[in-house]
Write a protein that binds this ligand. Structure first.
Ligand SMILES: [Zn+2]
Length: 505
């Protein structure tokens, strides 16, 4: 059946699936395809409700109970079923309850060959359909206005922020999807490459590296990472769906004091609206990727446990990433740096026995303590002075860069440059301004933190540290003690040359 959508203006429907006693799960799958096709043909966005049981009684059918509530709230324009009686053949009381819900909310019932309007006495005669259409159109407009206020996100509108690659919001060239997503055709081949590679078993990290090596970056111009690629591969948006209702509460940093924390809602309660936009992978592809990725578990879960003396303190001098600690035969090792850059190059900083590194660190700390005690305040003052001098130097630079930027703009207005030349020059100065601003910001942070902890406190912490560190046996307590005096340990090993720099608090 081809429904005259423009006359009807049916946009959001629920597909209700239930098998009769004589039917199998296979039949149910067929019904599902029939209804899905009906929705795609008529551009309905749809939510599926599938009943596993066959009971006629509403109370024995959890999905219809949920659906009934939504119908009463006026969520849907229509409910699609393969046959009218799928909704229920229960007792008269239940029949009445269903009928009232459809009538009050002006929700239609659609089967593959007919539309039922329970508010219309003559709905079962095709002859009068013309008059029906006109009335229907008016009713739908008023219903739409009401719906807009109640529902919003679950209506299949995109409200989840930046659309996932390769989608863009609402418009691409001549494609348009009101408040929805459309595919950016130029990004599409890159996305499909990710899918094909994942399907052939290539790990996400390799997929990302291959793109980066060819200079194919994210829309924001960043390197692809394994996590970004993996997230895209698993994203169900690409099946044409919009999923909402995944969490409740607020995860906002500056949330109101009485706001609830984020809380995950079980998958069975998510609102999944189908057919909202063009799908870019099939359900089969998606399921296979889920299976491949979950069997591999590429991305390790971060161990948050602070189980060893140096846990969380050792940073690689080459790349800035943290070194992890592992235990072999009761001996702790600082692992070699595990970082692999976006192009696939491994960082080559070697590992070391934790005890060896700790001896070096303790020597450095003793040295630092005697410096601090001997020169009383000069160390800190000097450091602060140095930073202050550096900040003002950078601020001078910043002024110069800003002036240069102005000059470039003026020159363009005066017609000294063509547009392209102007943009190249402009970008160069803008970049320098941005970088310098970042650097000033970072230095100010250091300066601030230097001011935050007084010299007296610092000395006390050091005395406390050196007095206890060698006698304490509990690793967690020792780790805590290290953290009272140290921000981080920057570590480098080349051959047997070990270089350690300590960032003190
Ligand atoms: Zn490294």
């Amino acid at each position: 059946m081809d429904l005259e959508n423009r006359t009807y203006d049916i946009r959001y429907v629920a597909n209700y699936l239930r098998k009769s006693r004589a039917e199998s799960m296979e039949d149910l799958e067929k019904h599902r395809m029939v209804l899905t096709e009906l929705c795609i043909k008529n551009s309905f966005k749809f939510v599926e409700y599938m009943e596993v049981g066959t009971s006629d009684s509403i109370d024995m059918r959890p999905e219809i109970t949920k659906l009934l509530k939504e119908i009463e709230d006026g969520v849907y324009d229509a409910v699609c079923v393969v046959e009218y009686d799928r909704l229920g053949r229960g007792d008269l009381g239940e029949q009445d309850r269903l009928k009232k819900a459809f009538q009050k909310s002006e929700t239609l019932i659609i089967t593959p060959d007919k539309i039922y309007d329970l508010n219309n006495d003559i709905d079962d005669t095709y002859a009068d359909l013309k008059g029906f259409f006109a009335r229907q159109e008016y009713k739908m407009i008023t219903k739409r206005l009401r719906q807009g206020k109640i529902i919003g996100a679950r209506r299949g509108q995109w409200t989840n922020g930046i659309p996932p690659f390769p989608y863009v919001y609402q418009r691409y060239r001549d494609k348009y999807n009101e408040k929805g997503l459309v595919v950016n055709d130029e990004r599409m081949p890159i996305y499909r490459e990710m899918i094909e590679k994942a399907l052939s078993g290539i790990p996400s990290q390799k997929v990302a590296q291959s793109l980066n090596q060819r200079g194919v970056f994210t829309p924001k111009g960043n390197y692809w990472s394994a996590i970004t690629v993996q997230r895209l591969l698993l994203d169900e948006t690409h099946l044409g769906r919009i999923i909402s209702n995944k969490t409740r509460g607020s995860g906002h940093k500056n949330k109101r004091p009485n706001a609830k924390n984020y809380e995950a809602i079980p998958k069975s309660e998510w609102t999944v609206v189908e057919n909202c936009h063009e799908a870019v992978k099939t359900k089969e592809e998606h399921d296979r990727i889920v299976a491949i990725l979950s069997s591999r578990k590429r991305i390790p879960t971060k161990s948050r446990k602070q189980s060893h003396v140096l846990t969380g303190l050792v940073k690689c001098a080459k790349c800035g990433h943290a070194h992890t600690i592992h235990l072999v035969d009761c001996k702790a090792f600082v692992r070699p740096c595990a970082y692999i850059d976006p192009l696939g190059n491994k960082c080559r900083n070697k590992g070391i026995l934790s005890d060896t590194l700790e001896e070096i660190i303790l020597k450095e700390i003793s040295k630092y303590q005697s410096e601090i005690i001997n020169s009383s305040e000069t160390v800190d003052c000097q450091q602060s002075d140095n930073i202050r001098a550096e900040i003002s130097e950078f601020e001078n630079l910043l002024q110069k860069y800003k002036k240069a930027l102005e000059t470039v703009n003026d020159a363009y207005e005066l017609g000294d440059y063509n547009r392209e030349e102007w943009q190249t020059r402009k970008r160069k100065w803008q970049k320098l301004v941005g970088q310098t601003e970042d650097e000033i910001y970072e230095m100010k942070k250091i300066y601030q933190s230097n001011q935050n902890i007084s010299d007296e406190e610092r000395k006390q912490n050091l005395i406390n540290f050196l007095g206890n560190i060698r006698t304490m046996t509990d690793n967690v307590q020792r780790n805590d003690l290290y953290r009272t005096v140290i921000e981080s340990i920057v570590y480098l090993r080349e051959g047997n040359t070990i270089d350690v720099k300590i960032n003190f608090k």
